[in-house]
Design a protein around this ligand. Structure first.
Ligand code: SAH
Ligand code: SF4
Length: 432
């Protein structure tokens, strides 16, 4: 076992912030798997074709000399290869002429990000640490993506930012400063890469090194519940999700894509009208004074405004409900009085309440509610007619809690960088 892996097991992660409807049916004690790492360094200097809308892709091709009259056909051809066949090499586009492929190779890239680490939990949960090069959007970054297999479906938890500008007091990611927004390419590439690694492009040979699960291999659902606040990166998230749900490409149903927000009210309206995916709200408190402390964006968009935006969310029905996430914090928000207020607050909104056992992290003052209290809270809500699943911690043996592995690897590299700088000062550079 390597050092990082041993550390992960020692610290043990309790919560995976990404699974809105998980059941409570596993506790598998088999040894987790450390998958081999694939290093495919992307061509950082070239612009990517991944994550461009059809219009932008067309413009990019015309700029490089593609005939205006051919451009629509070329975009459809590329779209199919990229998003139905899942290719990451222009040479695999067998019905594209050699000249055209050469032109594409010269000017663009469609390479996947580098997989820095891939871990597979004993419960089948997978976590990838991905590294994106500094293409256009600033410095290179690393982010986590998590895949959670469940009975009859597979959910991919996608990150939208590196770090977060918001400072929810119970959230580990909130203690990490925002490094930057992810680009549409970087958001979408998390899905493409997961499909590669799960052998989940049915019209393509399984890529070398993919570990195909025996069953339930499909990424059937996406949740924007990884690192960051997706509605503070609205345009890129929108572009990526519209590509992920495009019927001529990746074809995910909008009902199987859930965007989780801490409550950025103006962008909730825009999410409804411009993206149309399912909505999850990180509620966590039912009184403004408490929510101001737990989710400080509440001071800007208080509960009333937030719930008005929820009521106005398009096409709500019993089959299309909003998920309200509620982290269970001992003696903070977990009383039956809170449960009662919660039910009053959500009156009239087709809703599902997802109770999340708090995942403690080093330095936090919060504690997770007692299990009996979580169950009492869930029963109370249930009796009022709301579905109230308790989110199962998944992938606890691979430290799948938001942001933790990333911090780990950042620290390691800082040490490496310092060692490297020290070497350069005393004249032991690469030439030695
Ligand atoms: N920024 C978005 C999405 C990412 S967080 C949002 O806040 O909704 C995904 C979910 O995990 C949110 O509901 C968040 O409140 C919750 N979460 C964050 N840290 C947690 C922790 N330590 N324990 C339990 N849930 C946590
Ligand atoms: Fe950011 Fe969401 Fe964490 Fe709040 S809960 S700090 S919005 S990632």
């Amino acid at each position: 076992m390597d050092r990082l892996w041993r550390k992960s097991l020692r610290r043990g992660s309790l919560f995976l912030g990404n699974d809105p409807m998980a059941s409570m049916d596993f506790l598998n004690t088999a040894e987790p798997v450390k998958a081999p790492v694939v290093r495919n360094i992307p061509a950082a200097e070239k612009p990517t074709l991944i994550g461009l809308s059809r219009e932008d892709m067309g413009r990019a091709l015309v700029e490089k000399g593609v005939n205006e009259r051919q451009v629509k056909m070329r975009v459809s051809q590329l779209w199919h290869w990229l998003y139905v066949r899942g290719v990451s090499d222009f040479d695999d586009m067998t019905n594209v002429s050699k000249d055209m492929r050469e032109m594409l190779k010269t000017h663009f890239t469609i390479a996947r990000p580098e997989i820095v680490d891939e871990q597979i939990s004993s419960d089948g949960t997978r976590k990838w640490l991905l590294r994106f090069p500094a293409r256009g959007a600033g410095r290179p970054v690393e982010i986590e993506t998590v895949y959670i297999p469940e009975e009859g479906r597979g959910t991919l938890c996608i990150s939208s930012q590196v770090g977060c500008t918001l400072t929810c007091s119970f959230c580990h990611t909130g203690t990490q400063k925002l490094v930057r927004n992810l680009t549409a390419e970087e958001i979408l590439s998390q899905l493409l890469l997961a499909r590669d690694r799960l052998g989940d492009f049915p019209d393509r040979d399984t890529p070398a090194g993919a570990i195909v699960p025996a069953e339930g291999r499909k990424v059937s659902n996406i949740v924007m519940m990884g690192m960051g606040e997706p509605l503070y990166n609205f345009e890129n998230v929108k572009t990526a999700l519209l590509i992920a749900t495009d019927g001529d490409g990746l074809s995910l149903s909008k009902r199987r894509v859930t965007l989780s927000t801490s409550g950025i009210v103006p962008e909730i309206y825009r999410t409804g009208s411009e993206i149309g995916v399912m909505l999850a709200i990180s509620l966590h408190a039912v009184r403004d004074e408490l929510r101001d402390m737990l989710v400080p964006i509440n001071k800007k968009y208080p509960l009333k405004e937030l719930l008005d935006a929820c009521r106005a969310y398009p096409s709500l029905s019993n089959a299309r409900r909003i998920t309200f996430e509620y982290v269970m914090l001992k003696d903070v928000n977990d009383s039956l009085e809170d449960a009662k207020l919660l039910i009053q607050l959500l009156k009239g909104i087709p809703a599902k309440i997802n109770l999340i056992p708090f995942n403690p992290w080093p330095g936090t003052n919060y504690q997770c509610s007692d299990w009996e209290q979580i169950e009492r809270f869930a029963d109370f809500i249930n009796q009022a007619g709301y579905a109230s699943p308790i989110r199962t911690p998944r992938g606890r043996d691979i430290l799948a809690a938001c942001g933790q592995l990333k911090s780990e690897s950042e620290r390691m590299r800082k040490v490496e960088r310092m060692a490297f700088e020290a070497m350069m000062i005393v004249g032991h550079g690469e030439d030695d």
